[in-house]
Design a protein around this ligand. Structure first.
Ligand SMILES: Nc1ncnc2c1ncn2[C@@H]1O[C@H](COP(=O)(O)OP(=O)(O)OP(=O)(O)O)[C@@H](O)[C@H]1O
Length: 305
């Protein structure tokens, strides 16, 4: 279990992480999703003591990272796969982790096997690794201490489709055995297929969080009708909100069945009626982060907002 409470990080006058609170639960994969520069890495770095928070706390299984006597046995961390010592071989890097954590020697070979790095690859220097191989080695290093918690920043970066599938299965299995997985991504589809819970961050602030099912349900209904204005008025007449796009598409929080009944009562013929989750989380993600993605906003405006 990871608990983050009111984490804030400011650099000069710029607020990179702004009062962020969430938890990642055991037995579940929590996706930490946000556009580039949203504050994911900074939040994760604060969780593992690499960046000191301006205020707020983060705990792993109830303790702050600094208080963990042998952190690698409690939490596996992969923040930057390219940060591994380039002159060492993969096997050497795992060997150092194994010795530092006081683990049996056999763990190195077990981990190489687990992440499908061959003998020849294990003997190669990391500077000659592809990004995908570095990610595999990074995941092996994170897992070597058999921790209960995994914190992975963009672990799918550089993996090919088969590699992404492999990692997804590995993390699923890990969570199904009771592990806590927090993984970040700026790619929605990557997160959508693997996460049970989602925390969406934009501009340093949490803009949505909940189970994937809840967030999908919250995406509402997309509807088109011959008299869209009348239908919009009828929906609003029930006290619910709805938006009418310039192309005549209505979007509402009301579920599809209820929209159908409202349309029937109003005598409006529907030409399209579907749950917005057909579009996946994309619509929600773009909507939620549109405000925070504007390239034109200055740092001053962002901190003042
Ligand atoms: N040491 C630092 N000094 C100043 N600003 C920083 C520092 N580290 C991060 N930032 C800024 O904080 C913001 C959040 O950065 P962060 O790396 O946490 O985003 P991210 O969500 O991980 O993005 P990405 O998906 O691109 O990796 C960015 O605007 C970044 O420029």
């Amino acid at each position: 279990m990871i608990t983050v409470e009111s984490l804030t990080k400011t650099y000069g006058g710029f607020t990179a992480v702004d009062d962020v609170s969430f938890s990642a639960r055991a037995g579940r994969v929590t996706g930490f999703l946000g556009p580039n520069g949203a504050g994911k890495s900074t939040t994760m770095r604060m969780m593992v003591g690499l960046t000191s928070p301006t205020s707020g706390t983060a705990t792993i299984s109830g303790r702050s990272f600094a208080d963990l006597p042998n952190p690698g046995l409690e939490v596996g961390v992969l923040l930057d796969a390219s940060a591994q010592h380039a002159g060492r071989t993969g096997r050497e890097i795992l060997g150092i982790a194994q010795r530092t954590m006081g683990l049996p020697k056999g763990r190195v070979e077990e981990m190489l096997h687990k992440v499908s790095l061959t003998d020849a690859e294990a003997e190669r220097r990391v500077k000659n690794y592809s990004l995908g191989m570095r990610q595999r080695l990074g995941i092996a290093t994170a897992l070597i201490g058999d921790p209960e918690v995994l914190i992975l920043d963009e672990p799918a970066n550089g993996l090919d489709p088969a590699g992404i599938r492999w990692m997804r299965d590995l993390l699923r299995e890990y969570a199904d055995k009771g592990g806590t997985v927090l993984l970040s991504s700026h790619l929605l589809h990557e997160i959508e297929v693997i996460a049970d819970d989602l925390v969406v961050i934009g501009n340093g602030r949490i803009v949505a969080q909940g189970t994937k099912a809840e967030l999908l349900a919250a995406a509402g209904t997309v509807v088109r009708a011959d008299r869209a204005l009348d239908l919009a008025a009828a929906i609003r007449g029930t006290g619910q909100t709805c938006n009418l796009d310039p192309d005549g598409t209505l979007r509402t929080e009301v579920d599809a069945a209820q929209v159908g009944r409202i349309a029937l009562d109003a005598g409006v013929a529907l030409t399209e009626l579907r749950s917005a989750d057909g579009a996946g989380l994309e619509e929600m993600f773009l909507e939620l982060t549109a405000e925070t993605q504007r390239e034109t906003r200055t740092h001053t405006e962002r901190t003042a907002a």
